[in-house]
Design a protein around this ligand. Structure first.
Ligand code: TPP
Ligand code: MG
Length: 1026
């Protein structure tokens, strides 16, 4: 028996605790023996402790007579009981000596009641949040369901669910180790247990965490919220909270007074978000965080800028002045979109902290992955692998959080080694409405936050009208992130005092809700009344606090009137110090040559064809590829993959970090890259030769991403934002897949500089070309990138000395389609700080002709925007009857066909490698070189796709409309345009039109104007001349 008692005190589970009093019964149970026990231990399946006793004694006699789960359990318990310090006797729940006759039934009841209480506790932990009072308005169920779970004791009669009666309420029960409601007490009356569970789980905080499959994490949360007295605040803390609420509320009031008819997407109804964010930042700073990167939508953004980031108020106020002129680029509706970067001292912790708010478009949640990427980069550059110095906070609206798929994509990056930011604190402004849409029409999940459950992030719902509950939850959230390096969600259940914006009438659509909202006492008044009532502050102090902040606003307002010019560059979220001059001009107006010394090329080639680790067995197929690389290096040539190696390697040598991300990029979708070698004999042993080039090189990251485009491209864009001294590339698996990331391309990459003066050097690699794959995957849709290119098609350019660089500086991005590995090498090495889209030809990866010599890559060489004809035709240009311009791989087909038809002297073929910005200067030179030739643009793509619509007006401009450029398709579809991206090269047919073209026809066509020549073109295509 004493052994049993000792066991009892060591078990740590309720079931074992119940072993203690049953010595009278035991012998009669010994005959029953083993069997699989799936419900063990602590389950409520009727057998109870007696069954356990039986098992125990059977096990004592013969450990093998019981199921192995019992065996290991008893072994563990026995071991603990025998080696630990002497334990206090297990609290005696039942008097020890009882009459034997009634003992059995009493014991059974006791066991059942205990198990019932344990279930009850668990029920609150799992489902308590469903009845928590989360809605400040008291009219909506935050989980969209008024159903009350039957296992929560919301009335006495609910006790029956557990077979308990009112009389049991005052009985004492042992508390399991999975609860902390007892504090230092091990037993509590049932009444007290229910009351404490109620106050933890069913008041103003609703906790969702029991889905987390890590016991330690669940215990941590239980301890943080269940321990009696955890939510107590010092009077200093309360006063600080009040002061922060004053700022939050009075800021909105101030804007409303001064600009009553302006939209500002105010925070009213969720003013507590300001102290909430500040608490997360304070707590994180206390734990060592030095840099916080925030992303948020429109709602409350100005308030966050003013009171969290601490942007000068006059800078905010002056934006409401319609007469304000922008001194630099940056346009339009910027107030709610601009970013900000600020280094300051955290007043609570007295430590330095850098806060940045990332500029974002209207597109809700699009900024999420961008913030994560920027955070990852900041962590990377600081060597902060654990995220102890840099963290992110993402603020969401309830409708957007539930509805936007990119939220899910971003959550799925959160635990991937090359994408994790070691935990993000998510704050949801859950005002229970999205524009005019009720939550019941906006989501199918109970809460807007359910998406976070997929990554096991705990979700803390909290009634936003209880500021102390909010502050407590936020502080636990920050601690959670610091302890477990995982995401966490704070759901601020609040309301929206006004319409979607201040001009909007919410009574049209939510009349009853807004009747209640009009009656709702503002949170500041509620909290001030509470603190005044409990003597934490006096009314006078409160009023002084308000007057003080109002004065600050008024003074700033006065100063803001003097501002005549808005400098958007003061609103950068990611300044690149040292990259531009003070005036934002490029430091150099020349394009540096990108060739590198031959010995460097050879060295990179040698590493690229080797396995730098000892005893590392690679696949035989890969050995052949490496051998091929070695052979090329010896012959002083490169293919596509080796050119890329050379480019990355040369940048790494210069200390420039390179990061290549995307689906299956490590091997390469087309199995050409092989940047990560896999040991064929040791599981998960890998080697990245690129990181073995030089001892002092910059690190190379190559990472297969999750199967996402929107999320991952956004992430890489954010990563590239952090520093200009890096080459960050995202590769689409096939070029057409970029369209699922269109929002990032449209809203951030093509327009970021114009809207927010933000520079970014992200590179998109988009495999392009049909290569026998059918309509899917045949096009990276270059036309879309070209349509968004900002160089003016109609402006005849001024050809200054620095024309090439000036163009690059002025453009929003560069679109390149290389036809040679050497040019691909150069363009990657160039590192211009504008986004670049590189169309990468699939067929050229292994095209026998698509090889380049070292001669085209050594020092002194550089990127060729245009590769002119350099064959027979170029030597006697006057004889040339047709000059074909093309881009990419179609060139090789044309050359072949030209040779087949013996037209080498009559047809010149010039390649456009940089399509945008358009190389006006070089195109002009080429066209003028062949004055008698018909000009033709050849592309694989249909006429309404590809490059033609982009190049055509630019040719017209540069040739002053004296010569047309005909569209010729290298496909056999028979129609000029298409709705699909179907392409199929039939260059033979195309070239057969050559001989019949005469120069007089050009005159005719041009005189007929644009429409006519398009028609004529169609004719000429369908009925080839000659
Ligand atoms: C991707 C996207 N779709 C639509 C909109 C238009 N829109 C702006 S705000 C809004 C409602 C957002 O509701 P919620 O996320 O709950 O934020 P709240 O305005 O309530 O704070 C909508 C639909 C948008 N900005 N972005
Ligand atoms: Mg909302």
């Amino acid at each position: 028996m004493s052994q049993l008692r000792l066991l009892t005190s060591r078990l740590g589970v309720q079931a074992a605790r119940l072993l203690a009093p049953h010595d009278v019964q035991m012998s009669s149970w010994r005959s029953r023996s083993s069997g699989p026990q799936t419900t063990f231990p602590g389950s409520r399946d009727g057998g109870g402790s007696s069954y356990m006793e039986e098992m125990y004694f059977a096990w004592l006699e013969n450990p093998q007579s019981v199921h192995k789960s019992w065996d290991s359990f008893f072994r563990k318990v026995n071991k603990e009981a025998s080696c630990g310090p002497p334990q206090p006797q297990a609290p005696s729940v039942v008097p020890e000596s009882r009459p034997a006759a009634s003992s059995r039934t009493k014991t059974s009841k006791l066991v059942e009641d205990h198990l019932a209480v344990q279930s009850l506790i668990r029920a609150y932990q799992i489902r308590g949040h469903h009845v928590a009072q989360l809605d400040p308005l008291g009219i909506l169920d935050a989980d969209l369901d008024s159903f009350v779970p039957s296992d929560l004791i919301t009335s006495i009669d609910k006790l029956a669910f557990y077979d308990l009666r009112e009389a049991d309420l005052d009985k004492e029960f042992q508390l399991p180790t999975t609860t902390f409601i007892g504090g230092s007490e091990h037993t509590l009356s049932l009444r007290e247990i229910i009351q404490r569970l109620e106050s933890t789980y069913c008041q103003h905080i609703g906790l969702e965490f029991m889905f987390i499959n890590d016991v330690e994490q669940c215990q941590w949360i239980r301890q943080k919220f269940e321990t009696p007295g955890v939510m107590q605040f010092s009077s200093e803390e309360k006063r600080r909270l009040l002061a922060r609420l004053v700022r939050s509320m009075r800021f909105e009031d101030f804007l409303a007074r001064k600009w009553s008819s302006e939209k500002r997407f105010g925070l009213e109804g969720c003013e507590v978000m300001i102290p909430a964010l500040k608490t997360i930042i304070d707590k994180s700073s206390e734990m060592g965080i030095e840099n916080v990167i925030l992303g948020m939508p429109h709602r409350g953004r100005l308030n966050v800028l003013a009171n969290v980031i601490r942007k000068d108020l006059e800078q905010i106020f002056c934006q409401f002045d319609p007469k304000l002129e922008a001194a630099d680029e940056g346009s339009g509706d910027v107030k709610y979109h601009l970013g900000m970067y600020h280094e300051r001292i955290n007043r609570v912790t007295n430590r330095n902290i850098t806060l940045s708010l990332v500029a974002n478009p209207s597109h809700l949640e699009a900024v999420d992955p961008v913030v994560q990427g920027k955070t990852k980069a900041e962590q990377f550059y600081r060597g902060d692998a654990q995220g102890k110095k840099v963290m992110s906070i993402l603020v969401h609206g309830d409708a957007a959080f539930a509805g936007q798929g990119v939220v899910y994509e971003t959550f799925h990056l959160s635990d991937l080694p090359s994408y994790t930011t070691n935990g993000t604190v998510h704050v949801v402004v859950n005002n229970q409405i999205g524009f005019t849409t009720d939550p019941r029409m906006a989501r199918s999940s109970p809460y807007p936050t359910d998406v976070a459950r997929v990554v096991n992030a705990p979700i803390f719902h909290v009634n936003a009208d209880d500021p102390e509950a909010v502050i407590y939850v936020c502080s636990v959230a920050a601690e959670w992130r610091n302890t477990f390096n995982k995401d966490v969600v704070v759901d601020l259940v609040c309301y929206r005092r006004r319409g979607h914006n201040e001009m909007d009438e919410p009574m049209f659509t939510q009349p009853l809700m807004y009747k209640q909202i009009h009656k709702q006492v503002p949170v500041l008044k509620r909290y001030a009344d509470k603190l005044i009532a409990e003597d934490t502050v006096t009314l006078q102090e409160f009023e002084e606090e308000i007057a003080k902040y109002d004065r600050i606003c008024e003074e700033a307002y006065g100063r803001s009137k003097d501002k005549k010019i808005l400098h958007i560059k003061h609103w950068l979220d990611s300044p690149w110090p040292g990259f531009f001059t003070v005036d934002g001009e490029p430091k150099s107006m020349t394009c540096p040559t990108t060739g590198i010394p031959e010995d460097v090329l050879t060295h990179i080639g040698n590493v690229a064809s080797s396995v730098p680790l000892e005893d590392f067995k690679i696949h035989t197929g890969l050995s052949r590829i490496l051998w091929g690389r070695a052979d090329m290096t010896k012959k002083r040539e490169v293919d596509w993959a080796l050119a890329e190696y050379m480019a990355f390697g040369s940048l790494l040598k210069e200390g420039i970090h390179v990061r290549l991300s995307g689906q299956d990029v490590e091997r390469g979708t087309f199995s050409h890259r092989h940047h990560v070698l896999h040991d064929q004999e040791v599981d998960r042993r890998t080697c990245v030769p690129m990181n073995h080039l030089w001892p002092d090189q910059a690190p190379y990251t190559v990472c297969n991403s999750s199967l996402s485009e929107y999320g991952v491209l956004g992430f890489e864009l954010g990563y590239a934002m952090a520093s200009p001294n890096a080459l960050v590339l995202w590769e689409a698996q096939f070029g057409d897949f970029h369209n699922t990331a269109q929002c990032i391309i449209d809203q951030f990459i093509s327009t970021g500089q114009a809207k927010w003066v933000r520079h970014n050097g992200i590179v998109l690699l988009l495999p392009h070309g049909m290569e026998g794959m059918g309509p899917e995957h045949s096009s990276a849709r270059p036309e879309r990138f070209l349509q968004m290119s900002n160089d003016d098609s109609d402006a005849y350019p001024a050809f200054s000395e620095d024309f090439e660089v000036r163009q690059l500086y002025d453009c929003n991005w560069i679109v390149v389609n290389c036809s040679t590995p050497a040019n691909y090498f150069h363009v990657l090495s160039a590192r211009v700080s504008v986004p670049a889209d590189r169309l990468t030809p699939k067929s050229l990866l292994r095209h026998p002709k698509a090889k380049s010599s070292f001669d085209q890559m050594v020092s002194g060489t550089s990127f060729q925007r245009v590769i002119p004809e350099d064959g027979v035709a170029a030597r006697a240009p006057e004889k040339v009857r047709r000059l074909i311009f093309c881009t990419g791989k179609v060139y090789y087909d044309l050359v072949k066909e030209r040779s087949n038809q013996c037209l080498d002297d009559q047809v010149a073929i010039t390649r456009l490698e940089q399509i945008s910005p358009f190389p006006f200067d070089l195109i002009k030179r080429e066209a003028e070189k062949y004055p008698g030739a018909e000009l033709v643009w050849c592309q694989e793509e249909h006429k309404n796709m590809g490059y033609y619509d982009y190049i055509n007006p630019r040719f017209m401009t540069i040739l002053k409309r004296t010569r047309p450029i005909w569209y010729k398709a290298g496909y056999c579809g028979g129609r000029g345009t298409s709705m699909v991206s179907h392409t199929s090269l039939a260059s033979g047919k195309f070239l057969s039109v050559l001989p019949g073209v005469t120069s007089s026809m050009f005159q005719d066509h041009t005189s007929e104007g644009l429409c006519c020549w398009v028609l004529t073109y169609a004719k000429s295509f369908l009925e080839p001349l000659g």
